[in-house]
Design a protein around this ligand. Structure first.
Ligand SMILES: Cc1ncc(COP(=O)(O)O)c(C=O)c1O
Length: 393
């Protein structure tokens, strides 16, 4: 006798299973159509800061036998790691009652570019005015960008930090003048990225943990240059607390005294010799990193830096071109310096290591200076051309 009940139940089960399979299939197809993970909806440009992607640099991994990764800080909304610092300084000053939005308050900063751009964007977004003092030989595209963003610009002659007209001192003085002027009720702050404690702390509380999580708690070396020192100080402290065997390497441009400070305890560069320095700053094409003085932020991380690698401009230029041609990565000069140091570290300590560098900004910020020279280089540069003494892994 035919068991209709059983047949009906089995058919219903089969139909349900088919429907579920079809749904799964549709879901998989939908996911396949997406090029990348879709970010959730958020509010305001400031909500896009941080949680930057991490990618493997395929060419460098292949040629070194290591895994070399870059944390793409250039994907922050104003284009660099400085977005984190600028937002953190603004929020801290709002809490302290030193900044009130939509009240004519002014944020002064002395910066050769990236931090000024971050402040200019966030000042617009959060109800402030940005006043940026910077060396007058800063790349024209950075100046143009700041101008387009509506920031007040005060270009000054490159000078030593002891000079009252040095760009950091000019910014401090500008803020002071507004605060002392009783004819208005505007407030001004001097952001002071080099000495401001919120700088390294935001990298300790955000950039460091992101790297740790993205690397699934498994990395051997972290490499970065130092401008203010905030990134390397904050990230190194976080990573060393998680695993003190992680090596921290400073990538330093020519003309900077920081590499000698880390390796030999002396802040001295050969261009300091009388009559050999071409300008009053670090003598390099590279913008954003390298210094001949110790800042508060650098000092907060100095004890965690295991070694420093000196990179010549010529090597940085070749690396920038190499990454562009071989990986489609069009990066700025400090990112290129970090990659030269990563390759040197890979060959020094051997294959199998996991190395993380920061890609701080895009090549587009450097078109008229660094990339003007890099663009002239041939497309067929090899790693051997960049680092003359490398051996195969
Ligand atoms: C392009 C670029 N890379 C790297 C850095 C260095 O970052 P930090 O100031 O945290 O040392 C800076 C700093 O301004 C920068 O502008």
């Amino acid at each position: 006798m035919i068991n209709w009940k059983l047949i009906l139940r089995s058919s219903a089960a089969i139909v349900s299973a088919l429907i579920i399979l079809q749904r799964i299939h549709e879901q998989l197809n939908n996911n396949k159509k997406r090029l990348t993970t879709l970010s959730p909806r958020s509010r305001g440009v400031e909500s896009l800061i941080g949680n930057t992607p991490m990618i493997e640099i395929k060419s460098l991994s292949k040629l070194t036998g290591c895994k070399i990764y870059a944390k793409l800080e250039l994907m922050n909304p104003a284009g660099s790691a400085k977005d984190r610092v600028a937002l953190s300084i603004i929020r801290a000053n709002e809490k302290l009652g030193k900044l009130k939005p939509n009240h004519g308050d002014v944020i002064f900063e002395g910066t050769s570019g990236s931090t000024g751009i971050s402040f200019a964007v966030l000042a617009n977004a959060l109800g402030y005015k940005a006043h940026i003092c910077l060396p007058d030989d800063t790349s024209p595209e950075k100046m143009q960008l700041l101008k387009s963003l509506g920031a007040e610009l005060e270009p000054v002659k490159p000078a030593s930090i002891v000079d009252p007209n040095q760009y950091t001192n000019a910014a401090r003085y500008g803020a002071q003048k507004i605060n002392e002027d009783s004819s208005n009720n505007k407030n001004a702050i001097f952001a002071d990225q080099f000495e401001n404690d919120f700088n390294w702390r935001i990298h300790y509380s955000s950039t460091g943990p992101e790297i740790w999580e993205q690397m699934e708690e498994n990395l051997d070396v972290f490499i970065n240059g130092s401008g203010t020192g905030g990134t390397i100080a904050g990230v190194s402290k976080y990573l060393k607390e998680k695993n003190d065997r992680i090596k921290i390497v400073l990538a330093d441009p020519q003309g900077s005294g920081l590499a000698n400070r880390v390796n030999y305890g002396v802040m001295y560069d050969s261009v300091e010799r009388e009559g050999t320095r071409r300008r009053h700053q670090v003598d390099t094409l590279v913008e954003g990193i390298g210094l001949n003085r110790l800042t508060w932020n650098f000092q907060q991380g100095e004890h965690n830096i295991d070694e420093a690698i000196r990179v010549r401009d010529e090597q940085a230029l070749k690396m920038a071109k190499f990454l562009c041609i071989n990986d489609g990565l069009f990066w700025g000069s400090s990112s290129a310096i970090n990659c030269v140091a990563a390759v040197k570290t890979a060959f020094k300590y051997g294959p199998g290591q996991k190395i993380v560098i920061i890609a701080c900004d895009s090549g587009a910020r450097h078109l008229s200076k660094f990339w003007k020279d890099a663009a002239e280089l041939p497309n067929d540069i090899t790693l051997q051309d960049i680092i003359e003494d490398i051996k195969s892994p």
